[in-house]
Ligand binder design. Structure first.
Ligand code: C2E
Ligand code: CA
Ligand code: CA
Ligand code: CA
Length: 279
């Protein structure tokens, strides 16, 4: 029994070691990626359904890992968050996105807002306000063109802290959107206290439209709620004409999804903007 026990422990330990080693090497690669500047932003348009024009771009980070091609955020953001590497990565994303927004304006293209995802750790970080202000200042971008997307579940983890933070950001002049709305169980009374400009209806509610009656009911309820509160609404993950039609009929202002465009590289986005009409 003693032998077995020892074996059991030995086995458990070596499995642990393998897992830990793998994670450490992945962390190491990610740290190298930060130093070597291996990240790139793709941009996905958000379209105003009334005018058919692009009004905003969501910046989405990718890791161009040598020999592996593009690595999507689902495969490294959680590790970045856990290890704190999200700080330098997030800072790079903010700077790059602000610079890009300004560059498009300088090209004489119709100005659009740039949306940047902010993770929990970034949002809680002491220096966030300074980081955002620096990125705007360096790029020469007016704060009103920047929108930060924070998830509903992040806000709900520390409601009063989040509200205070949101007010600080609002004072800076940036816009705030709640991402993945409908998945984080925020109470309606809490929502009223957020200094928000937009809600993003989570993709999971859009995916099964027009086949899932519950999702349709939830989606149109979120849209009318947002409207009553004076918020803009953008539906994410819109892939089909039918989904778009339902959303428009429900009063949704803006859509984002493969139907209009996948997230694309900077140059391709410029071309989309060039066809975007003028005032
Ligand atoms: P998210 O903020 O909910 O971003 C939307 C995700 O849905 C993106 O995936 C986008 O490519 C994808 N998407 C857009 N339209 C469609 C569609 O019509 N159908 C489907 N099936 N998918 C669509 P992506 O780029 O892989 O990003 C995944 C998540 O990673 C994001 O979810 C966001 O939470 C996170 N993320 C991305 N970039 C950053 C970043 O710079 N910083 C942080 N902290 N998180 C980021
Ligand atoms: Ca987002
Ligand atoms: Ca989202
Ligand atoms: Ca999502």
């Amino acid at each position: 029994a003693k032998e077995l026990g020892r074996d059991g422990i030995a086995l458990f330990t070596s499995e642990m070691t393998a897992a830990v080693r793998k994670k450490l090497s992945r962390t190491d690669e990610l740290r190298q990626a930060v130093l070597r500047d291996e990240f790139v932003l793709h941009y996905q348009p958000q379209v105003d359904v009334q005018t058919g024009r692009i009004i905003a771009a969501e910046a989405l980070v990718r890791w161009q890992r040598p020999g592996e091609g593009l690595v999507y955020p689902g495969d490294f953001i959680a590790l970045a968050e856990e290890t704190g590497l999200i700080m330098p990565i997030g800072q790079w994303v903010l700077k790059t996105a602000c610079r890009q927004a300004r560059a498009w304006q300088d090209q004489g293209l119709r100005p659009i807002r740039i949306s940047v995802n902010v993770s929990a750790r970034q949002f809680q970080e002491e220096r966030l306000i300074e980081t955002v202000a620096d990125a705007l200042h360096e790029a020469g971008l007016d704060p009103s063109w920047l929108e930060l997307e924070i998830t509903e579940s992040l806000i709900m983890k520390d409601l009063s802290g989040s509200i205070a933070r949101m007010h600080e950001l609002q004072k800076l002049g940036v816009k705030l959107a709640v991402d993945d709305f409908g998945t984080g169980y925020s109470s309606l009374s809490a929502l009223k206290r957020f200094p928000l400009s937009r809600l993003k209806v989570d993709r999971s509610f859009i995916a099964d439209i027009p086949h899932d009656a519950d999702d349709m009911a939830i989606t149109s309820a979120i849209i009318s709620l947002a409207q009553k509160m004076g918020l803009e609404v953008v539906a994410e993950g819109v892939e089909t004409e039918e989904q778009a039609r339902f959303l428009i009929e429900s009063g949704c202002n803006q859509i984002q999804g493969y139907l209009y465009s996948r997230p694309v590289e900077e140059e391709r986005f410029s071309r989309l903007l060039e066809g975007n009409g003028c005032d």
